[in-house]
Design a protein. Structure first.
Ligand code: TYC
Length: 103
């Protein structure tokens, strides 16, 4: 009785056509009124391996437009980088935050 099949089985065994988990995620830096520009540049250089010129460019993009992409990474690394931004900022007394989004 336990291995008995029923007519619905074939229907339940559909091929999974759902969208796969995306491979890459954007780490998006958010603007605020209190974090210093220098600190944001420092974070972009140390956490996201940006050159000083690129770090300045991204910081200004966030400052002027409210948000900017700090980098694109596999999910776990993106999460870790966003967490690192939060803990460095908290330690320094700034509200700087990063979120992650599907790339
Ligand atoms: N808006 C901040 C200021 O004027 C600078 C800033 C830039 C803060 C980027 C956060 O992600 C940020 N001091």
């Amino acid at each position: 009785m336990s291995e008995q099949s029923n007519p619905g089985d074939a229907v339940k065994e559909r091929v999974d056509t759902k969208k796969q988990h995306p491979t890459l995620f954007k780490v998006v830096l958010l603007n605020d009124d209190y974090t210093t520009m220098d600190f944001v540049i420092q974070v972009l250089e140390s956490v996201f391996q940006k050159s000083p010129a690129e770090a300045y460019r991204i910081m200004m993009q966030v400052h002027q437009n409210g948000r900017g992409i700090a980098g694109v990474y596999p999910w776990e690394l993106a999460e870790t980088k966003a967490d690192t931004v939060r803990s460095l900022a908290t330690e320094a007394g700034f509200p700087l935050r990063a979120t992650i989004e599907e790339a």
